[in-house]
Design a protein around this ligand. Sequence first.
Ligand SMILES: [Zn+2]
Length: 175
Amino acid sequence: MSLFDGHLTDAQAQRMVDGALLEPETASVERHVAECPECQAAVESYRMLAIALEDLEVPPLPADFTVGVLARIDAAERAAARERRWALGILAGVALATIVAFVAAGARAWAPSVSGVAERLGDVALAVRVGAGFLPALVGVFRLQIILVAAVVAIPLLVALARLMPAPEARAEVA
Ligand SMILES: [Zn+2]
């Protein structure tokens, strides 16, 4: 492919404005532009653009720009972490309250329901009714095991919920 073919490329027009035409193309490009109004217009438009860009003032960044931005990101991250800890604390509190309520209600609520079933079954279920009398005591004895089972169920649930918790407010501060 020749260095100059037909009209000027954008790169050639820009090089001509910058006075940086390549040695092999210089003669043919200059000869073509002298005769081609279309390429003269292209070169002129790049010249105007170059002048406009030179006049454009880029305001200097404050010396502490990077430090300031990083500090703001850091503050937003800390706020997000604080919100996540709060959410986890609230969830843990709810789970603990649920477990306590479960254990407390269990001792009282289970015994009557078992007794009700036993009464309907009549004399055949006498042994069950006798056993029902022991149920609150039984729940008391196995209280620790019940708490452990509830915790085994609740903890993975808590972890999953904590991971799902977004912090959109903190992200918005950065934007
Ligand atoms: Zn041309």
